[in-house]
Design a protein around this ligand. Structure first.
Ligand code: CMP
Length: 137
């Protein structure tokens, strides 16, 4: 069993597809082990995406992620990190496989509906960034 962090970004919340995204996760066999809606400050978004600090898209990314509420979740299942990434599709929606969340709903590299941890190390950091162990079931 593996855990990964998923975020439904402000564009996904605005589009009213929280239910559709969660349905895809659950249908694929991922279990929601933790979930909450939060509105990040710019500083919280900057800390979450610290690995991207210095990149040309960092300021725009952290502004976007703090412009409205998001849904943060811990997904649990076999190969949860890879499975979640498969369900999301490529970061650039133009390269995402048909039927993936980003191919179906994203409108730009920035506005790409969902975030998912990309490794066990980032999953550990990202889950701990938003959830106490007592909030994960
Ligand atoms: P995410 O999986 O949340 O991880 C970092 C985010 O940066 C990525 O999805 C995109 O939304 C955003 N981003 C914006 N521009 C770029 C870019 N040129 N390359 C990669 N990621 C980008």
């Amino acid at each position: 069993m593996e855990r990964t962090l998923s975020i439904i970004k402000p564009d996904g919340v605005r589009k009213k597809i929280i239910g559709e995204v969660i349905r895809r996760f659950e249908t694929a066999g991922l279990r929601i082990a933790a979930i909450k809606m939060i509105h990040m400050t710019k500083e919280v978004a900057e800390g979450f995406y610290a690995v991207h600090r210095g990149k040309f898209f960092y300021d725009e990314l952290t502004s976007f992620m703090s412009e409205g509420p998001v849904v943060v979740m811990v997904l649990e299942g076999e190969d949860a990190i890879a499975l979640n990434r498969k369900l999301m599709g490529a970061t650039n929606f133009k390269e995402a496989e048909p039927g993936t969340i980003r191919a179906d709903f994203a409108t730009s590299i920035q506005h790409n509906i969902v975030h998912g941890s990309d490794s066990p190390e980032s999953a550990r950091f990202e889950i701990g960034y938003f959830f106490a162990e007592t909030e994960i079931f």
